[in-house]
Ligand binder design. Structure first.
Ligand code: AMP
Ligand code: MG
Length: 355
């Protein structure tokens, strides 16, 4: 957690209309970034916490505000795809093809970094992660700042990513210079991260753009260890993967398997558990087994699960849940991202199968 006493900044909170940008507000936000300050802003994936990505002192403020470990590198956000040329010494044919197919959009490319990328951004790695977001506020802010913007998700390190301005204000008011509040994030989970320095390219973090989407453009793509195994990876391919992530205050437990298996596992766990229990379901709805139990659904398809996941985890904290039992969606290309975030949120904890 961030050091106590760090929340003493005067944070300016501005409401910005994504469909009809107020240029004076964008100019003020761009000035904050140019002056070396921190500004949270909406993107199509989740809200980001930005600073001038070429200014090491500014970048350091991001780590401080979030309480983020310094060895977890940041993503640089650019306004136009061509600007990646500035940040890398080598754009492979695969990287070029993926950028052309999916930018602007929810895809992050890991490439060899050029000399202008500060060590603080890439945490000393020889590579840097780059994304060109499609959200109009993000695009306008990067243009106005006139520099690549380094931005991780705009939450306190370890907690669920923010998908609304309200989430950001709750986590970062008093810790950053400015927060741009706009519409809720359309996608709801972070970008797909792919290491383009490897042949074939390797997905380090699954997201809305799936393995099959990428393979349609560049041929074979691999998944890094841990994404599919359902267990903590022994050698994390991406530094960020070794940290607790996306975790609500409540303890999260997962169930996987047929509808009957997950139903039985949850019933058994409910018998043994005290405190306020919540069930977070994908697909089949478990009936309330007790009056004080909370039952929430993530929706009807993988895109809805992604859209709702983080806001529902935060909602369950607000409702006072002590334990959350999750019915995971069946494994598949389009459910990888939501399963990955759930496994992190649960620290890979599964309910025992009740044989
Ligand atoms: P966040 O900014 O919190 O959305 O996380 C960015 C993710 O990208 C983290 O999992 C990082 O570890 C990962 N990442 C950023 N830069 C690199 C890099 N150069 N190589 C591998 N992974 C990276
Ligand atoms: Mg994050």
């Amino acid at each position: 957690m961030p050091p106590a006493g760090a929340a003493d900044k005067k944070t300016e909170i501005l409401e910005i209309d994504a469909r009809n940008l107020q240029t004076d507000l964008v100019e003020r936000a761009g000035q904050v970034i140019r002056d070396g300050g921190t500004c949270a802003f909406p993107t199509e994936t989740v809200y980001g916490l930005g600073a001038d990505g070429l200014n090491p002192d500014a970048v350091r403020k991001i780590f401080e505000a979030k309480g983020r470990p310094g060895d977890n590198p940041l993503i640089l956000h650019i306004a136009y795809p061509e600007q990646i040329a500035l940040l890398t010494t080598e754009l492979t044919e695969n990287a070029r093809a993926m950028a052309e197919a999916f930018w602007p959009g929810p895809l992050t490319l890991v490439v060899r970094r050029s000399g202008i990328v500060p060590d603080t951004v890439s945490a000393g790695l020889e590579t840097v992660a780059v994304r060109c977001p499609s959200h109009p506020v993000a695009h306008a802010l990067i243009l106005q700042a006139d520099t690549p913007i380094a931005a991780p998700s705009a939450n306190l390190s370890g907690s669920p990513s923010p998908t609304s301005g309200e989430h950001v204000v709750r986590d970062l008011d008093g810790r950053v210079d400015m927060i741009l509040v706009s519409d809720d994030s359309q996608i709801g989970v972070e970008s797909t991260v792919v290491d383009t320095t490897k042949v074939p390219p390797v997905i380090l973090r699954p997201g809305r753009i799936t393995k099959e989407d990428l393979e349609a453009v560049v041929g074979e793509v691999r998944l890094s260890e841990g994404i599919t195994s359902g267990a903590e990876p022994e050698h994390p391919a991406s530094p960020g993967m070794k940290y607790t992530h996306y975790s609500p205050r409540a303890e999260v437990y997962l169930t996987d398997g047929t509808d009957e298996e997950t139903e039985r596992a949850i019933r058994k766990a409910c018998e043994d558990a005290d405190g306020t229990i919540a069930i977070l379901t994908t697909g089949p709805v478990t009936e309330k087994l007790r009056d004080d139990m909370i039952v929430l659904s993530l929706g009807d398809d993988p895109e809805q699960y992604e859209h709702n996941l983080f806001s529902e985890l935060r909602r369950l904290d607000d409702l006072g849940a002590d334990r959350i039992f999750v019915r995971m969606p069946a494994a598949g290309d389009r459910t990888l991202a939501v399963r990955d975030r759930l496994m992190h949120a649960a620290g890979y904890r599964f309910l025992p199968k009740d044989e």
